[in-house]
Ligand binder design. Structure first.
Ligand code: FRU
Length: 470
């Protein structure tokens, strides 16, 4: 079942978001794409754009693979004169990976490749995923910083440039965290802490994919590290990779350049290299996550990443009436497969809360919110889940604090389940196999207390908006 409020390609394969940029009133999302098939290969940059981060229009392939060269992940920056510059990895058939450049003067629709490509080459076979950001020195000079990974070495390399053409190596970060993985798709964002403009910290976003014979079965995952960046190198507060998402299906998340008000808005690929090839959808395969605004919040003395879904989600929900479910016994609501549900309750009265989503056959997703145990768990089970891949059925665990308010936002859009706890301090993103039919949502709690539930069938809400507009 195709998602309706998430970005999917009309046909064929998609993985990482690339070149995210807000320009000329539109959000442009390029993406790793096989223009010729439903499996990974012939990697090129597909292209879609949106004015509201909800409705996407697909455009012709922006950067196509060529004989001997695939176009891997990268980024785009917009300059005041309207020029867009893309940096991407040229993955040559020889095995070499180096960074190349292209420019667009028509707002991101057509691209001219630089005759000097590749413009950044270390003779490496694992040097990829360039992300260009802006950095302002203490004296006010703006420089561009390009970060890219040496994937197998688990290092992020930093380069600086005044003109987006000449790049000087200035520093590196890593390795930290466990080995047995490659590092991919880095991004570096400066985020407000607790909404305070005067208090900002740098956050390195990083995705890791297990490699080798006994690669960890949980597969690929996204992380973050809070620290400082001085224009040359990143210094972590603590040398650990913290999960950015506790589910199985959030990868390669990066942020938009030039978002209004300096917001850090991230899109990620909702799949996992462990089984991405086996996800049963046609004629396309792959979807992006909900766009998420990033910020930091102090939790137990440390800055923790908070992800808040794009504002259209709140807009849908604010138009929905809240019903109270009395959780003295399990209560069931029938919902469509394209639904936003917000639940709020007092966990000190209810104790653990259990929410089950049952699909058309025996497949289900279960969310358990247990502040006493300090855990939010999200599991996916059933025949279709087991058939997809041996490592697909899973239970994901995210931390909760005992005094966290009872608030969950559950977004289900076909196969895409995203659960945001609290204000988005804990997020679990998972593919699910609930099928195309209606979903029954059952709410149950340890003790009797009202559970406020607001739900929106996004399909229906969209149709009524379209009718009102007509
Ligand atoms: C991450 C990744 C990147 C690479 C791209 C190739 O998912 O492996 O490192 O650029 O996908 O499609």
């Amino acid at each position: 079942m195709r998602p309706v409020f998430h970005l999917t390609p009309s046909r064929h394969w998609m993985n990482d978001p690339n070149g995210l940029v807000h320009h000329g009133g539109r959000w442009h999302a390029y993406f790793q794409h096989n223009p010729d098939g439903i499996d990974w290969g012939n990697m090129s940059w597909g292209h879609a754009s949106s004015t509201d981060l909800e409705h996407w229009v697909e455009h012709p392939v922006a950067l196509a693979h060529r004989p001997g060269e695939q176009i891997y992940s990268g980024s785009v920056v917009a300059e005041p004169d309207g020029t867009l510059t893309a940096f991407y990895t040229s993955a040559f058939d020889t095995g070499r990976q180096a960074q190349s450049r292209a420019t667009s003067r028509d707002g991101g629709f057509t691209w001219a490749r630089d005759a000097r490509n590749p413009v950044l080459d270390r003779g490496s076979s694992d040097f990829r995923d360039p992300k260009v950001i802006r950095y302002t020195d203490d004296d006010g000079t703006q420089r561009w910083i390009l970060l890219a990974v040496e994937a197998v070495e688990r290092r992020v390399l930093f380069y600086a440039s005044a003109d987006l053409e000449h790049w000087d190596p200035v520093g590196s970060f890593g390795p930290v965290g466990g080995d047995g993985v490659v590092w991919e798709c880095p991004d570096l964002v400066r985020l407000r802490v607790d909404g305070d403009d005067a208090h900002r910290r740098w956050v390195l976003l990083l995705s890791t994919n297990p490699i080798g014979e006994d690669a960890a079965p949980a597969g690929s995952a996204m992380h973050y590290v809070v620290g400082d960046f001085d224009g040359r190198s990143f210094t972590a507060d603590q040398p650990v990779l913290v999960p950015a998402d506790h589910g199985r299906d959030m990868y390669a998340g990066v942020t938009f350049d030039s978002a209004p008000d300096g917001a850090a808005i991230m899109l990620g690929w909702m799949s996992n290299w462990r089984y991405a090839h086996a996800v049963p959808s046609a004629p396309w395969r792959g979807a992006m996550s909900l766009p998420r605004t990033l910020s930091l919040r102090t939790v137990d003395g440390a800055a923790r990443l908070v992800q808040r879904p794009a504002s259209f989600v709140d807009e849908y929900l604010s138009g929905a009436a809240s019903v109270d479910l009395l959780a003295d016994r399990p209560r069931t609501l029938t919902l469509s497969g394209h639904t936003l549900v917000e639940l709020s309750w007092d966990p000190t009265r209810t104790g653990a809360l259990r929410i089950r989503l049952d699909g058309e056959a025996d497949d289900a997703a279960e969310i358990v919110h247990d502040p006493d145990a300090g855990m939010l768990t999200v599991s996916r089970t059933g025949t279709a889940a087991a058939a997809l891949h041996p490592d697909f059925a899973s239970t994901s665990v995210a931390p909760l604090r005992a005094d966290d308010a009872g608030r969950l936002l559950v977004s289900l859009d076909g196969p895409l389940l995203e659960v945001f706890a609290g204000h988005g301090e804990s997020v679990v993103s998972n593919l699910v196999t609930l099928g195309a039919g209606p979903i029954s949502l059952t709410v149950d709690a340890a003790a009797r207390s009202p559970i406020g539930v607001r739900s929106v069938d996004v399909d229906v809400a969209r149709r009524s908006t379209a009718t009102a507009a007509a």
